[in-house]
Design a protein around this ligand. Structure first.
Ligand code: G6P
Length: 608
């Protein structure tokens, strides 16, 4: 949510900043802006819309600058206008600030600053930071930032420059990620490592309540109390190919096609086939608590929440430990009961989702052991958890999550097997359970080769205004995920429902214009789903079934069938979701939607 890049070094700062921020555009893209210092003057340019608009404005100028900051915005306070775009400046255009997060007491601060004579130009919460820093500036930028932040409530990742202390960038973090990139005589501060990865793989992750000062020849980190902190330089293992489109038209399509490899990576080194054991190194420190776990609570948002639901079904079925899955935002504010023996699992692709993080902190406060399932190594959720499992699937850039979903289910399955072994060490894991997960990449590949069939379906249904997705058991979360994918990127109104629950409401919506997608694989509830299909058919709905190869019976009951390979019930979601991802993608493209940057959404939601 919003992207920040700051650069100080020997290269042309405008070029470096624009190239960097373009890589973060998926995080927010309703407006953008840049500020840099040239010839002792603070220059600032902004544009509404995508970053290409900002580039157009800067095009043709030969800037000579080595220090600057840039931002791409996902609006929270104030509409996406020029005035509200970052960077925000002080009264005399001498200080520029870019900010991710929310300043919760900005109303109060703004009023106070206005009374003191500061003139505001925008409706944003961020602008108070520029004026506060101006107020406290006495010659040293970091001291002014520290003083200013003492008055601030809320969350922030900020980068600040000033012509009055021109040879530095000051950055600070509380609740919104910032990473310091360490290059060769150059430094970067970014909200996401992908922005500086072409220049360096050496990074320092800022912690909450920490400040970084970047100059041309060195960097330092401090607490907000001006006490130096000594940080480990870490090496990022992602490479640049992983954050490029690799010949695909969109990141989303690339990531859908990456799923076989992503799943192999998520499993690599974690299965001892011959002994039927699952090794999860990141859980060693929590083994005792996991063995004694009486209850598991999963907290997550969006697609990760759907993966959590699949995890709930698996864990309860196979380990008999009671599991609940909660929307992180609800868990956080409803004063939940967390009794002894509760393990809380936070699932988050980005590892930065504010609601999930807040839920984790609430759980910690109540004494739970915290486990994370994240993709982004070094992300806040991963670092705050007591133990965790990484997905290891490379960056996911498309705003609509795809490969993270199937990898999260894969990891949850491995975790389930791991828990079975912890709980019942004398019962060897059936080797079939291992064999079947190892076969998933090839099965996904087989589905992907039939993409043309989905393109045909998309052509037929692309003009629909509504769609219903129905599934039962393990395929209920898939119905939710299929509907979410479609609405996120095509703006078609779509609902996911447990197939039987459809009778209690959504059935009223069914008519000949309503495509109804049934995930009707040959599992333990197949017979029940067939009855639900008949109920829709008798009311004239248009039926699409995702069915198991070899199921000829279903053909005459629906308008279209897409077959997926057979697998165990609990792993079916990994396969049944693939055609739904592809269908959402192709329908959205046919409707002319920008699938990688859907309207109003952001990849990583770092505000509550
Ligand atoms: C946003 C994204 C979704 C994602 C959700 C949770 O809403 O658009 O694709 O599922 O955040 O993100 P997380 O990084 O915590 O999995």
């Amino acid at each position: 949510m919003c992207g920040i890049v700051g650069y100080i070094g020997h290269k042309n700062a405008v070029d470096v900043l624009l190239n960097g921020i373009k890589r973060l555009e998926y995080r927010g893209y309703d407006s953008s802006g840049i500020a840099f210092i040239e010839d002792g003057i603070l220059k600032c340019e902004k544009a509404v819309g995508k970053i290409a608009e900002l580039e157009k404005k800067l095009d043709g100028n030969n800037f000579d600058t080595h220090t600057g900051i840039v931002h791409t915005r996902w609006a929270t306070h104030g509409a996406p206008t020029m005035e509200n775009a970052h960077p925000h400046l002080d009264c005399h255009n001498e200080i520029a600030v870019v900010h991710n997060g929310i300043i919760e007491n900005y109303d109060y601060l703004k009023l106070k600053l206005e009374r003191e004579g500061h003139a505001f130009k925008s409706e944003t919460d961020t602008e108070v930071l520029a004026h506060l820093i101006e107020k406290y500036f006495t010659g040293n930028l970091e001291m002014a930032v520290m003083e200013a932040l003492k008055e601030v409530e809320g969350t922030y990742g900020i980068a600040v420059i000033s012509v009055k202390d021109p040879k530095k960038i000051v950055a600070a973090r509380r609740g919104s990620p910032l990473v310091l990139g360490i290059g060769n005589q150059e430094y970067f501060i970014t909200s996401d490592i992908s922005a500086s990865l072409v220049h360096t793989r050496d990074v320092v992750y800022l912690d909450d309540n920490e400040l970084a000062i970047l100059t041309l020849d060195h960097y330092e980190t401090k607490t907000m109390q001006n006490i130096p902190t000594y940080k480990k330089v870490e090496e990022v293992l992602w490479n640049i190919d992983m954050i490029e489109k690799g010949g695909y038209e969109h990141f989303m399509l690339k990531e859908i096609h990456e799923q076989p490899e992503a799943l192999r990576n998520a499993m690599r080194g974690r299965i001892e086939g011959d002994r039927g054991l699952v090794k999860l190194g990141g859980l060693i420190s929590c083994e005792k608590e996991l063995r004694e776990a009486k209850r598991i609570v999963v907290v997550a948002c969006g697609t990760s929440w759907h993966a959590g639901l699949v995890g709930e079904y698996m864990l309860e079925e196979l380990t008999r430990i009671p599991v609940e899955v909660e929307y992180a935002s609800e868990f956080r504010y409803r004063n939940p009961v967390v009794e002894e023996g509760t393990v809380v699992i936070a699932i988050s692709q980005s590892g930065e989702t504010a609601d999930t993080l807040a839920a984790m902190r609430e759980a910690r406060h109540k004494g739970a052991k915290l486990l994370s399932i994240c993709n982004v190594v070094g992300s806040t959720i991963a670092r705050e958890a007591d133990c965790g499992i990484y997905l290891h699937i490379g960056p996911e850039i498309g705003v609509a999550s795809t490969k993270a979903f199937t990898a999260q289910i894969t990891v949850l399955y491995l975790f389930t097997l791991y828990m079975m072994h912890l709980k019942y060490p004398n019962n060897p894991l059936p080797y079939d359970m291992i064999k079947i997960i190892l076969s998933m990449p090839d099965k996904i590949q087989a589905i992907l080769t039939k993409e043309e069939e989905i393109v045909e379906l998309a052509r037929i249904y692309k003009d629909s205004e509504n769609a219903l997705y129905l599934g039962r058991g393990y395929n209920y979360p898939v119905a939710l995920e299929g509907a979410l994918k479609l609405k996120e990127i095509s703006y078609i109104h779509a609902e996911g429902y447990p197939a039987a629950e459809m009778k209690h409401g959504p059935i009223a919506l069914i008519n000949k214009d309503m495509p109804v997608v049934f995930i009707a694989t040959k599992d333990s509830v197949y017979g029940k789903v067939l009855s639900n299909i008949a109920e829709v058919k008798s009311r004239g709905g248009r039926l699409i079934a995702i069915a198991t190869e070899g199921d000829d019976q279903i053909r005459e009951k629906v308008d279209h069938v897409f077959y997926i390979p057979r697998t165990s019930d609990c792993l079916t979601p990994i396969l049944s979701v693939i055609p739904l991802q592809l269908m959402a993608y192709h329908m959205a493209v046919m409707r002319g939607c920008d699938v990688d940057k859907p309207r109003n959404l952001a990849k990583s939601v770092t505000v509550e």
